[in-house]
Every structure is written in C-alpha cells, then in structure tokens.
Design a protein around this ligand. Structure first.
Ligand SMILES: Nc1ncnc2c1ncn2[C@@H]1O[C@H](COP(=O)(O)OP(=O)(O)OP(=O)(O)O)[C@@H](O)[C@H]1O
Ligand SMILES: [Mg+2]
Length: 273
C-alpha cells in the first residue's frame, strides 16, 4: 500500500472515491446484499472476495446502477448518485468492465475503441470540423490501445476473433475510454490461462493510481498481489476489510472459506510494494 493511501485510509480523511452506505438488496426470500457499507480510498485497488453466491456481482450491479438497492446510499466523490442511472453514473465518473457485450465483435479493435471514445467525448468534438475530430479520435484510440498493451498489429482485426486474453484487454480499454475515477472489475481473470492472467494482472498494475478500482476476483493470487485493501463478502455482508496480510490472518475469513477448495486464502502473499 502506498503511504498516501495508507494515511488516507487510517485517518479516514479526505473524500472517498466511492462510498456505499447500508446497501440492501433482496431477491424474493434471499437477502443478496445485507447492509453493505464500503469506502474506496482514492487511487486504491480494493479487492472484493467471497465464496460463490456471496453477492459480489449483485453488489457490482448496485454500484454500477444496473440494479437499484432496496435501501442505502451511494456516493461518488462525495456526490450522492443513488438515484442516477447507469449511464448517468458513467458520466459522473464510474465505469464497469468485463461485460462481454461491450464489445462489437464484428468491428475492428480500433473501431471499437473509437466508438467508445466518441461515446464519452460528449460535446467536446461538436465544434470541430468532422475530419479533424476523426483524426483526433483515431489518435486517441491508438494511444489507448498502447496504454492497454494491445498490440498495434491487432488494431485492424475483428474484435470477435481475438484470443480471449486480448479481448479482455480490449474490454479493459473500453472501460478506460471514459477516464473513470472509479472502475469496477467483475472477475476480469475469469476463463483465462495462467499466462493471460499474469499479463492482465500486470496491466491492471500499470493502471494503479490512474483510477480507483474495485476488483472482484476468484484468482486469489491476483487479488492478493494487486489489492491495497481487501473486503470479504459472505452471505451478502462484508465480514472484514483490511490489508492482504490482515485478511489472510483473519480468523472469520478463514472460517468462511473452510470447505471452499476453489478459493483458498493464500498462505503466502507476494507484496507488490
Ligand atoms: N436477478 C436475480 N434474481 C434472483 N436471485 C439472484 C439474482 N441475481 C443473483 N441472485 C442470487 O443472489 C445471490 C448472490 O449472487 P451473486 O451473483 O451476486 O454472487 P457472486 O458472489 O457474484 O457469486 P460468484 O462468485 O459465483 O460470481 C445468489 O444466491 C444468486 O443466485
Ligand atoms: Mg459473480
């Protein structure tokens, strides 16, 4: 954890990048989200882990606005965005990645990036001459691709035929196009092999500090390597928040994972510091 983040986190000073207060969501008899309060410190990568069905994706939906909470409040940079739609939240600085539907599979990688940039450019291009604006957009798209380690030789390939790992990078780039203050990542490593996972972990690492990130992930090695802090969700409720070391040593967390062989809490954690 960086000193700045550690200090802000300890002192509770400054405005949280994202603050959830008492979020509740019920599906029939199931309390999927149970009084979830969560603060994301500006610039941190915050891991969210928990057993299957714990309510991680539901929480991401509540934060991104694809689901409405039954009660509770969501603040983005101190602004109450609880009643805003998903699109309005994106405009307010929140983005979500790894919804496969974000990609236009028949379009090239470059065109996907241009469309994403155009969608969030708002009125800034309105007064430009069309060709000048287009050139600028394509330059930005190439820069965004480079930033996300997308090989230039793939820019004119149809997005739908890319290998899985490359598609994930494109999705990541699409989410970054709006230059979000807060980025929600729901299982970015899902379905990836070890090499691809490592490459995406390194890519997320390079984005540290550019956006505050909430990372839901079953790949414990990736979470424990990337996260400045980790929250553990069990049965819709956050049972612990702390540094990787604190979470690893937390007895309640160990109890919650007992018998869940797919998601063991690592005994050895590599520091990214
Ligand atoms: N739209 C819905 N309607 C009814 N029940 C739902 C709905 N969405 C999720 N659930 C239920 O809510 C609970 C939490 O689901 P959720 O997908 O949020 O868990 P998760 O922690 O993301 O799990 P996983 O690790 O498997 O992705 C589960 O029991 C799930 O079946
Ligand atoms: Mg999920």
């Amino acid at each position: 954890m960086t000193n700045t983040i550690a200090a802000a986190s300890k002192a509770g000073s400054g405005t949280a990048a994202l603050q959830a207060r008492g979020l509740m969501k019920r599906f029939g008899a199931l309390q999927a989200t149970n009084d979830v309060s969560l603060d994301l410190v500006p610039g941190e990568i915050h891991g969210l882990i928990g057993p299957n069905g714990a309510g991680k994706s539901t929480l991401i939906h509540l934060l991104s606005g694809t689901l409405s909470p039954d009660s509770g409040q969501l603040l983005l940079g101190g602004r109450d965005v609880t009643s805003l739609s998903g699109h309005e939240r994106v405009a307010a600085g929140l983005a979500r990645s790894f919804q496969i539907t974000n990609i236009f599979k028949n379009y090239t990688v470059l065109d996907n990036l241009v469309l994403a940039l155009q969608a969030c450019s708002g009125s800034s291009f309105r007064f430009w001459r069309a060709r000048q604006a287009e050139t600028e957009l394509y330059e930005q798209a190439r820069a965004l691709a480079a930033e996300c380690a997308i090989d230039a030789s793939l820019l004119h390939t149809q997005a739908g035929v890319l290998p899985h790992g490359e598609q994930r990078k494109v999705e990541f780039a699409l989410a970054l196009a709006s230059r979000p203050q807060v980025l929600l990542l729901d299982e970015p490593m899902a379905g990836m092999g070890p090499d691809e996972t490592l490459r995406l972990t390194e890519l997320i690492e390079t984005m540290r500090g550019k956006a505050t990130m909430l990372l839901v992930e079953h790949d414990m090695e990736a979470v424990f390597r990337l996260a400045d802090r980790i929250s553990v969700l069990v049965a819709g409720h956050i049972i612990a928040t702390g540094t990787a070391a604190e979470i690893r040593d937390n007895e309640a967390v160990r109890q919650a994972y007992l018998g869940d062989d797919d998601t063991p809490v690592p005994t050895k954690v590599e520091s990214h510091a």
